[in-house]
Write a protein that binds this ligand. Sequence first.
Ligand code: UD1
Length: 378
Amino acid sequence: MRIVNVCGARPNFMKVAPLMEAYRAHPRIEPLLVHTGQHYDANMSKLFFDELGIPKPDVNLEVGSGSHAVQTAEIMKRFEPVVAEARPDVVLVVGDVNSTVACALVARKMGVAVAHVEAGLRSFDETMPEEINRTLTDAISNLLFVTEQSGMDNLAHEGVAAERVHFVGNVMVDTLMSHLERARGRDALQRLGLASKQYAVLTLHRPSNVDSAATLARLFDALRVIQNDLPVVYPAHPRTRTQLDAMTSAGRFGDMHNLRLVEPQGYLDFLCLLASARLVLTDSGGIQEETTCLQVPCLTLRENTERPATCSLGSNQLVGTDPERILAGYERAMSGDLPCQTPPLWDGRAAERIAAILSQWPDRAAAPREPQARSEVR
Ligand code: UD1
């Protein structure tokens, strides 16, 4: 049972880590790891492999940056010969990044089964590239591993056969739980001069927020108020560099003395910062889930979320980018009036469940058929 596992961008690494570990209990499974190279800076990639003990990738496609079409196409071109040579039984993809959809599409067209971890999530916002990536990936996946009830409901609504879908929990939570103690022992707070529960963490990377100077400026209007009460640590994603440099030179941060702009952090330091934060502000998908697990109040700076369980059960609030709404959410978060339940099956054992299901596979009836021709398409 050969499984090619694909990872490419920062949020993928914490999802493949527990899977690579869980496969060890199943001698029948022979895992291979492919890194597409979508993220390539040492602190966006290598550091995560080192800290999470992920085995060195068997193949690195080294695609790097590009427009969506270029990046997706380049991953596809470079992944096809890998699949042809490895002849896996399953290609497993995680999340919703360009690497996810690109590798899923290559595999299915070569007659290889696709397993999608984190299937079924929907923001219903097609302006998000991730929404397109996850919808298309789900449409061609043979095995769909789901993290929360909304994912089950969405896939049922889309007519996906129930036997393909497995509610397994959240592999990112597996990683969080197994590294929390180590993370709490890090000196990230001391290094940044922060006191436990007396600071906020900010992350921003979504194109809709950071590629528009006007939106970014509105977000910083709200942050200006918040940082008067609480120091705000902001590990800036590479995507935001240009806009932030422009804002810095325009003197927009001049009066924000409590805003600490820092480099992207490694997994352990970032988890250390999240776990002791009084508040988190983010437009990330994964951080909404991590704060729910940690029961830390989170303000999501987006109009929608594909992870509604984090709001209905967890400590997350959707506040968009309007300063007034952000500040109202901030007041509520500081008052402590938020739910703080953990969604079902977010118990640290999702990867074990996935590995167990894969080890029983294929159920021949659900396996894909060989494509009619492997040769060139005319
Ligand atoms: C990608 C994912 C997004 C995920 C995010 C987390 C897609 C469509 N988007 O967005 O779902 O939440 O990663 O980080 O797949 N860059 C660097 N160094 C790096 C990586 C990127 O400098 O190591 C720069 C590149 O110049 C690029 C920009 O950041 O132009 C964006 O990178 P890209 O991979 O296109 O998407 P992300 O915004 O990181």
